[in-house]
Design a protein around this ligand. Structure first.
Ligand code: SF4
Length: 236
């Protein structure tokens, strides 16, 4: 009697290399122009938007940034802003209090240590208040077109489900495995591929596997985990 895994096809038994090749080919064909959904016009605005987007949706961030950028169009203007001038503008975003402090602190440091310019390297970027490795990676890859893989909750989950990562326990481990297997010139766009796929198809609670073009390569789809997850959801 064949096992359920065998019944679901040999595609589920792809090697990691084959899986990466399939996934990259699929995204190149189906999402050739993937990019961030945050609205921005310069590196400063993207940095502000990415700080605001931590544990918040891009849609929500895009609702507050037009007024914020109008009132504080540069690091110089934001560096001298008062908490009470900024917080009301971003109140609908998660963790508005902390993010207000981070934004003002970030702008101050840009003025005091970086001549008002957004740094182009990870080492300096992570010194800025509110900027962790993920945010810094977004800036270096999107603004400065350097190879970088920012790992957020979508990238972490989708990479693990597909089987692009193995036993990655932290965002850094996910980043390291993806960087080791994705060609350097595709790292920046691969970050957007995985985020958008996680946002619209491979959702955390209910992945839309039946609509997903990555099924032939997806480890999760070809494993019993999928059925266990579905059963758990039905019980809720
Ligand atoms: S097949 Fe399902 S689990 Fe796999 S990537 Fe697609 S949506 Fe996610």
């Amino acid at each position: 009697m064949p096992t359920s895994r065998q019944v679901r096809g040999k595609e589920g038994l792809m090697t990691k290399k084959e899986r990466y090749t399939f996934v990259i080919d699929w995204f190149q064909k189906n999402m050739p122009d993937a990019e961030t959904e945050l609205h921005y016009t310069d590196p400063y605005e993207l940095l502000v938007a990415v700080i605001l987007s931590a544990q918040c949706t891009d849609k929500r961030v895009n609702m507050v940034t037009p007024t914020l950028f109008q009132k504080f169009p540069s690091p110089e203007s934001l560096a001298t802003a008062k908490f009470e001038d900024v917080e009301p503008l971003i109140r609908s975003v998660t963790f508005a209090n902390n993010k207000t402090r981070h934004l003002i602190g970030m702008a101050k440091m840009l003025m005091e240590q970086f001549h008002g310019e957004v740094p182009d390297n990870m080492e300096d970027l992570v010194k800025l208040p509110g900027v962790g490795r993920k945010t810094a990676n977004v800036i270096v890859s999107v603004v400065f077109h350097q190879p970088g893989m920012a790992v957020d909750t979508h990238v972490f989950r989708v990479a693990a489900r597909i089987g692009l990562t193995t036993n990655a326990k932290t965002p850094l481990q996910t980043e390291q495995q993806l960087v080791a297997n994705i060609p350097k010139d595709l790292l920046a766009i691969a970050h957007h591929w995985l985020i958008l796929h996680g946002r619209y198809i491979c959702a955390a609670r209910r992945p839309k596997c039946e609509e997903c073009g990555l099924r032939p390569a997806c480890k999760f789809y070809h494993s019993d985990m999928r059925y266990i997850a579905a059963a758990n959801l039905e019980e809720e």
